[in-house]
Structures are given as C-alpha cells and as structure tokens.
Design a protein around this ligand. Structure first.
Ligand code: DX5
Ligand code: ZN
Length: 214
C-alpha cells in the first residue's frame, strides 16, 4: 500500500489548521512536516511549538522531517509536541545510531534521510534499526523544485538491499513528486510519497491525491 504524505511547507500558514483538515478529508495518510534551521539547509520554517499547536486539529500521523544540524538536540521537543515519527538526515549527525535510539526511546518511529548526492553506504549499517528511509529527490530546502531522476536507480538499489536483508522498510521520496514522477518512484520501490506543491497547488486536492496513488 502506497502512503501519501502531503507537505505543509506549501500550505497557507495563515490558516494551517484548515489546510491540514483539507488533506485529511481528501484521504491523505500522513502529514509531512518540514523543519528547517537555516544551517543544514538555506531556509527557515518552524519548530516544535507549531507542531504542538497543530496536534490539536488532527489525529493524523505526524511525519517530522528534520532538516537541521545536530538533530539529536531537538528529539525531546518534537516528541513532546506530538510527532509520530522523526526523520533525521544521515549527513547532519555524527552519531546516527545514537540518534535513532533516542527517537525510539520516546516510543515513536525513526527514519533516516539522505540527500541526492549521498551514498546508500552511509545508511547500510543502520537499515535494521530504522522504520523508514527517506531518499530526497531534490536538494532539501525549498518546495516546488524539479525532480532529480538519477535518484530512481538509487531507490531500486535500496529496495534490493532491503529485500536481501529480509526487511520490509518503507522507502519515502520527497521533492518534485507529481502524478508522473509518482509512477516512476513507485515502480522503483518507493512506498511513501511526499508531495507539497503538487497537492497544495492543486485546484482539486482530492483529485491530486488520488492521482498520486496511480
Ligand atoms: C524540501 C522538503 C519537501 C518539500 C517538497 O526540502 O523536504 O518536503 O516540501 O516540496 P515539493 O513537493 O513541492 O517538491
Ligand atoms: Zn520534506
């Protein structure tokens, strides 16, 4: 089953609660929450206090994508704010295993993310310990960028690595996902699709989400 995780990065922040209810009604599976610190990526978004507030409007699964340096320092706050999953970049922490353990110790799911240019070898040893791997299909920092198609063989390679290890771990993709690229990434082995501008920029959000399911 493919899960659709619209990114609220492309939502109207002046009415975030309504924007989340809109995707919930349209049948989205998760809410993808992009946290940026202006250091790991050249952009700023929001932190745990915003997550805590929107926790009051829905029981949907909160997928928190931390594009921040030293993600270990924020685990406590995001878990307390109501994150259901915290995803950290392998490039952002010196102690990835410790970081994943700290997330699981909060009783929530843990994912690891890789930028387009980062090799799968960075996460090979952590695969048995994570609930999800996020392969970025754009360079993180902004919504509305173009899908980087060279990530497609990387998705297939990761799916093969997981199969060989007997793991059924979710592979999430994030960046430039629309109906067409959704077909390609699902064909390569992705199971969770993040889409920001494609969903929130659509006239008909229901139709947009349905089109991502193929
Ligand atoms: C990029 C973020 C994405 C972004 C995707 O740094 O991690 O989640 O919102 O936006 P689209 O779907 O517009 O490429
Ligand atoms: Zn994201």
């Amino acid at each position: 089953m493919i899960k659709i995780a619209p990114s609220i990065l492309s939502a109207d922040f002046s009415c975030l609660g309504d924007e989340i209810r809109k995707i919930e009604k349209a049948g989205a599976d998760w809410v993808h929450i992009d946290v940026m610190d202006g250091n790991f990526v050249p952009n700023l978004t929001f932190g745990a206090p915003v997550v805590k507030k929107i926790r009051n409007v829905t029981r949907m699964f909160f997928d928190c994508h931390l594009m921040v340096d030293h993600p270990e320092t924020y685990i406590e706050d995001f878990a307390a704010a109501g994150a259901d999953q915290i995803v950290v970049h392998a490039e952002a922490t010196k102690h990835l295993h410790r970081c994943i353990q700290a997330i699981h110790a909060k009783g929530i799911k843990a994912g690891v993310a890789l930028n387009p240019a980062s090799s799968l070898t960075l996460i090979e040893e952590i695969l048995p310990d994570v609930d999800m791997v996020l392969l970025m299909t754009v360079n993180p920092g902004f919504g509305g960028q173009q899908f980087i198609s060279t990530v497609l063989p990387k998705i297939s390679r990761l799916r093969r690595m997981l199969d060989m290890a007997g793991l059924r771990t979710d592979i999430q993709v994030d960046g430039g996902i629309n109906a067409e690229t959704a077909r390609q990434v699902v064909g390569a082995g992705a199971t969770v699709l993040v889409a920001g501008s494609y969903v929130y920029g659509a006239k008909d959000v229901n139709a947009a989400i349905k089109s991502l399911r193929g």
